[in-house]
Design a protein around this ligand. Structure first.
Ligand code: MF3
Ligand code: CO
Ligand code: CO
Length: 291
């Protein structure tokens, strides 16, 4: 690429005024293959237009989760929550990212108690006092994706359930704090898992976070139990999710293939919690886009 050519990121700026210094910095770096260190492909780096688009999707996604917050109470069905998510996203010009995704039949995931993730909303499932439930929503707007989930405690939960929900949120926040430019994706999982394990919890590794933005589940895979300094380099302009799934007991999970084919549960049927945000790697750290 010549210095006066338009930059590969699609910004429209000259390469020398855009990502030339970035490419030079990467060229000088040594990547340790034994630690799985790799440089991010250009397609994962969002330009300003992309970032603005992802942020707009995130605003709608946050609004859908705020709407759900008003509805969570004992007796509500998870289908009612799903309907509210669908209506909110569509009324704001977006498309629910989950709906028909690989055949998924709803606009969000509702994962109660021992369900780790991908619970399917249902007219038959009523939230009840003491449940803990994760509601996970993705919005597509103009081709850009934002993905987030929150935990809700229905009425009053047992102290062990409240502790799991709180510590899992802390794990996510520690993971986000560890997501820094010129550090590695493994730093995120190292921070999440340290806190989870100190609290005696299991960290799910069969599923994880992901790049998100110009697609739904894109590179890199974000493990929540990783070694610092391993995996893909994080650089400004990348967008990804941090979404630790933390179990009260064993980290082992299973998908009930004879059931709906989606629902993932803990093997020991103890509680599982999850929080998720979409973040943007900036020049100085990480900016939370969807909450
Ligand atoms: N939103 C989930 C995630 O955090 C994925 C849900 S996919 C679905 O990555 F098909 F189950 F909806
Ligand atoms: Co999600
Ligand atoms: Co996600």
């Amino acid at each position: 690429m010549r210095r006066n050519d338009p930059c590969w990121c699609g910004s429209g700026k000259k390469y020398k005024k855009c990502h030339e210094a970035y490419d030079e910095r990467i060229a000088e770096m040594k990547f340790d293959v034994f630690r799985g260190q790799v440089r991010p492909p250009h397609k994962l780096i969002n330009n300003e237009k992309d970032i603005a688009g992802i942020k707009e999707a995130a605003v709608i996604n946050n609004g859908a989760l705020d709407r759900v917050t008003e509805l969570v109470e004992p007796g509500v069905t998870t289908a009612e929550l799903d309907h509210a998510v669908y209506t909110y996203i569509v009324d704001h010009g977006g498309v629910p990212g989950d709906l028909n995704y690989e055949g998924f039949p709803a606009s969000c995931c509702t994962s109660i108690n021992d369900i780790v993730c991908h619970g399917i909303p249902s007219k038959k499932v009523h939230l009840k006092e003491g449940d803990i439930v994760n509601i996970d929503v993705t919005t597509i707007l103009n081709g850009y994706y934002a993905d987030a989930s929150r935990m809700y405690i229905v009425g009053k939960a047992a102290p062990n359930a409240e502790r799991l929900v709180r510590v899992t949120q802390e794990c996510m926040n520690l993971g986000i704090e560890a997501a820094k430019p010129w550090h590695f994706v493994g730093d995120i999982g190292a921070a999440c898992s340290k806190h989870a394990k100190e609290n005696g919890y299991g960290v799910v590794t069969d599923l994880g976070g992901h790049g998100v933005g110009k697609g739904y589940h894109i590179e890199p895979f974000v493990s929540h139990d990783a070694e610092a300094g391993t995996g893909m380099l994080l650089v400004p302009g990348m967008t990804l999710t941090v979404e630790p799934m933390i179990n009260e007991g064993t980290k082992e999970v299973y998908t009930d293939k004879s059931g709906d084919g989606w629902t993932v549960r803990t093997k020991d049927h103890k509680l599982s919690a999850q929080w998720e945000k979409t973040i943007l790697i900036t020049e100085t750290g990480a900016e939370v886009l969807s909450s």
